[in-house]
Design a protein. Structure first.
Length: 234
């Protein structure tokens, strides 16, 4: 399944694609839950926290206890909803700033991003279910060299500004922001087969990224999609 055209834009998923799923589920999520009680105690009435609190449904924002219970429920079910993602990004800010959080990129990621940009003249953009703010925090604090990759990332998309990742209309919307680049010259990379197939339905090139800890890709799915284990294969 060779790509028909050299990509001019590479659109990257994050979790399970550029860094391990375990970083999100075993590091970021627990950190957010551990930071939540203190944050609510100290910032419940603060102006900086007000927009995050106001985004929650009113019935869950009556008290710190009610909000905590709702957040724990959503996270236990891995519900991808905008107001939760925004709050998580806010909670992670302190962790990244202190050095307690650092995104462990797969070894092939930073070099390949540099090659796409410097060698191939392509743009690199991000599309994740995490909020744009959380995406920027992650790429600002990585184990790569340089650690801050935000200066080379051309744009960021999430479920708020683009839409659900398993719907082809979301990829059409993303590509539509850059009409100078034909949709067939976009390459989307993700560990999620449904996302990859939605991108392809929108006209993008797309590829499943198989990493340690990711869900197994079935033989049927392999038959429908190109699968790589490293960006170096692209």
């Amino acid at each position: 399944m060779a790509a028909a055209n050299k990509p001019r834009v590479v659109l990257l998923d994050i979790e399970g694609t550029v860094c391990p799923i375990s970083f999100v589920k075993d590091v970021l999520f627990p950190y957010a839950l551990s930071a939540l009680p203190t944050t609510l105690t100290t910032e419940w009435t603060s102006p900086s926290f007000a927009p995050y609190l106001a985004a929650f449904p009113p019935e869950h924002a009556t008290t710190p206890e009610a909000l905590t219970s709702h957040v724990r429920d959503l996270m236990s079910r891995d519900v991808k909803i905008a107001y939760l993602k925004s709050l998580q990004g806010y909670l992670w800010q302190a962790g990244y700033a202190s050095g307690a959080l650092k995104a462990p990129l797969f070894p092939d990621v930073a070099p390949r991003i540099a090659a796409w940009i410097e060698r191939d003249g392509a743009k690199v953009m991000i599309y994740s279910s995490g909020s744009v703010a959380a995406q920027k925090l992650l790429f600002q604090h990585t184990n790569g060299e340089p650690a801050d990759l935000t200066g080379v990332i051309g744009d960021y998309f999430d479920t708020v500004n683009a839409g659900p990742k398993t719907e082809s209309a979301s990829y059409e919307k993303i590509a539509g922001k850059y009409p100078e680049v034909p949709v067939g010259e976009w390459l989307f990379l993700s560990d999620n087969v449904r996302e990859v197939e939605a991108a392809r339905a929108a006209g993008m090139q797309s590829c499943v990224v198989e990493r340690p800890g990711n869900a197994e890709v079935s033989e049927e799915e392999r038959g429908r999609n190109r699968v790589v284990r490293s960006f170096a294969e692209l």
